[in-house]
Design a protein around this ligand. Sequence first.
Ligand code: NAD
Length: 443
Amino acid sequence: MAKKKTEKTDICVIGAGYVGLVSGACLAEIGHRVVCVDSDPRKIAMLEKGVMPIYEEGLESLVKRNVKAGRLFFSGSISEGMHHDGHRAAAVFIAVGTPPRPDGSADLSAIEKVAEEIAHSMSGYTVIVEKSTVPVETCEWINKTVLRHNKKNIPFDVASNPEFLREGTAVGDFLKPDRVVLGCPSPQCEAVMRGIYRPMKGATVLVTDVKSAELIKHASNSFLAAKISFINAVANVCEKTGADVEMVAKGMGLDKRIGMSFLKAGIGFGGFCFPKDLEAFYWLSQRKGYDFELLKAVKNINEDAKMWLVKKVQEELWNLEGKTVALLGLAFKPETDDMRFAPSIDIIAELTKLGAKVRAYDPISQENAKKAIKGIYFAKDEYDCLAGADCACLVTEWARFAKLDMKKVMSLLKHPIFIDGRNLYRPEKMRELGFTYRSVGRQ
Ligand SMILES: NC(=O)c1ccc[n+]([C@@H]2O[C@H](COP(=O)([O-])OP(=O)(O)OC[C@H]3O[C@@H](n4cnc5c(N)ncnc54)[C@H](O)[C@@H]3O)[C@@H](O)[C@H]2O)c1
C-alpha cells in the first residue's frame, strides 16, 4: 500500500499551451507551488504581464489569482523551472505538443528533447509525468532517454497521467474530472501522484500500470470520435430515408448504455485531439500487427462529413465559379480560439478550389484563422460576413449565431439560402422565414 502524502508539492510543468497552462494553473489552485515553463519566449513574456496566450474561459482570473498568491510562476528554462527560487520540483509534468507526422504517427521529438533536459536538470528523486497525449510505450522511451543522460544516477520514475480536459471548459474539466488516471511504475511514484491529486476531493482516481494509462487516453478519444462518426453515418441514412437524425439520436441516447453525449450530427470533428489521436492509435495498432479497421472507417466518415457542407452548397448554387459563400464560425468548436485541424480549413480549401469566393467570420478564432487560411475575406462581424453572399453556411455553433436577426440575414444575402452544418436552427422556423434551409440528417 502506497504511503499517504498530504503536503503541497513543488511542480514544474513543461509546455504552457492549452493543457500545460490550464494544468499548471489548476494544480496551483489546489495548493501546489507550480512553475510553468515554455520554450516560446513570447508566451512567457505575455504570461508575466498577465496576458493569456490562449482563449479559455476562466483561465485569466485563475492564473492571476495564483500568481498573486505566490503559487504560480513562469520561466523559459527547464532547469530554472525545476529549481525555482530554492524549490526543487518533485514532479515534472511534460505537456508539450505531439503533432501528427505525415504518415499519421505522433511526432514525439519535443517529448524526447524535454526528457533529455529533465535528465540533465534532476538533482533528487523526481517523478516525470507524461501529460501530453502519446502512444503506448512512450513512457518506456522517456525512461530510456532519461537513463542515457542521467550522468549522476539520480533516482526517478516516469508516470503516465493523461489529460481529458476539453477546450472551452478546460478549467472546470481539470478541477472536476470524471476520473484521474495515474499510471505508476512504483509505490514511491504512486505516493507522489496521489499526493498531487489528493486536494481534489471526490475525484475518482484510477491507478493502473503505465501502458494501460497511456492506452486509456488514445482509446477514449478514438471511442468518442467513433460516436461522432457513427451519428454522422446515421444522418446520411436519415437524409436518404426521410428520418430525422435528432429524433434518432434522442431515441438512442435515452438508453443509458448509449447516453446522449457525442451523438450530435454535424460537419465532423476537428481540433488538436481527435483527428491526430485517432491517426496515431491506428498507426500504432498497425505497427504492432493489428489492423484496427474501425478507426479507418471513423476517419473516412469524418472526411465525408466535412465535405457535406460543400456538397450542399453545390446542390443549391450549382457552379461555384464567381459565387460568394459566407461561413459563420471557423474554430473547430465554440468557446475556443483553436484552429488546429478545424473542419473550416478543409471546407474553405475545397470551396476555393471549386472557384467560390469565401467570406468568413469567427468571434474568437479570427486571428489564429488568418495564420491558417489565406485568400479569403475575414469579416468584421456576422452581418458583414453575410453581406452580398450567395448563401450562408454555419460552421461553428457559437451561441451568438443562435441569436442572429434572421430578417436582417435574409436582407443581406443575395439568395435566401442557409446551410446549417451544426443543426443550430429549427427547420420549420427557417422555412417559415422563407429560407431554403438545409441541415444535417433532417428533412
Ligand atoms: N488541447 C487539448 O484540448 C488537449 C486535451 C488533452 C490532451 N492534449 C494533449 O496535450 C498535449 C499538448 O497539447 P496542447 O493543446 O496544450 O498544445 P499547445 O501547442 O497548446 O502547447 C504546447 C506547448 O509546448 C511548448 N513547447 C514545445 N516544445 C517545448 C520545449 N522543448 N520546452 C518547453 N516548451 C515547449 C510550446 O511552445 C507550446 O506552448 C498534446 O499531446 C495534446 O494531444 C490536448
